[in-house]
Design a protein around this ligand. Structure first.
Ligand code: ZN
Length: 249
């Protein structure tokens, strides 16, 4: 089964629709690594779309904050302003759905899903040292994580005792780059962020995992960023959040 892996959608309906159009007909199951809402202008649209798709979803820190399961004391003022706005917009039904999301790690379809790190859903995994525990301790050979909004990941080969950083972003002229999954190697992979990429590529990121054929595709698709920015300005979301979408930072 080919599994569409979405993460960090951040209430960006245009990016989500564009990604789903690009992935159409290429998957049979869909999972979501959290941060459905927060930052973007379309919290209800995106939450409803993920519910409608029936995506197996775990919660992210922004979902917890929006559902008031987490205080926002640790959030910077810009992120906090976005949380407050998101809370004011979400329907009661969508808040309830967000509040009931399970936390990772979650095993599904031969994969393990986490939002941040394997042991701590709110922790960032940027470096090989931070990736090591997840690579070694995960219940599956292929684990997907989000939270950093950086597409790529890490692999660990027991036989070679070798931890590798995987740079998997497709080039500007390409839609996807494929990773061959090797037997005896463990993977901690980030599909990239749909709604707010931070790896210097503003295109929406996602992955399609086909474990039977031992391949994971890492996708990037351009979307109408200006349309999202215009809705954000109308909603009076912080200007810093508006501008970072064009930069992919
Ligand atoms: Zn996020």
């Amino acid at each position: 089964m080919r599994i569409l892996v979405l993460s960090d959608l951040h209430a960006n309906a245009t990016a989500l629709e564009t990604a789903l159009a690009a992935a159409k007909g290429r998957w049979e199951g869909v999972v979501c690594l959290g941060d459905v809402v927060g930052y973007g202008p379309d919290p209800n649209e995106v939450t409803s779309k993920i519910r409608e798709l029936g995506a197996q979803t775990i919660r992210g820190n922004h979902d917890k904050a929006a559902a008031e399961l987490m205080a926002t004391d640790d959030f910077n003022p810009v992120a906090k302003a976005a949380v407050d706005w998101t809370r004011s917009q979400l329907s009661a039904e969508n808040v309830k759905w967000l509040a009931e999301l399970p936390h990772g790690p979650l095993e599904t379809g031969g994969l393990v899903l986490v939002h941040g790190a394997l042991q701590d859903e709110d922790e960032y995994v940027f470096t090989p040292a931070q990736a090591l525990e997840g690579l070694l301790d995960s219940a599956a050979g292929v684990t997907f994580f989000g939270h950093t909004h950086h597409q790529g990941g890490f692999s660990y080969s027991n036989a070679k005792n070798n931890l590798e950083v995987l740079s998997l972003r497709p080039r500007a002229s390409e839609s996807y780059a494929a990773l061959r999954i090797e037997t005896g190697t463990r993977y901690l992979l980030n599909p990239g962020s749909i709604g707010q990429p931070r790896d210097a590529d503003p295109r929406a990121g996602f992955a399609i995992a086909d474990l039977e054929h031992e391949v994971v595709e890492f996708w990037r698709v351009p979307y109408d960023i200006a349309a999202v920015q215009s809705r954000m300005r109308t909603a009076r979301l912080p200007e810093a959040l508006v501008q970072r979408l064009s930069l992919g930072r």
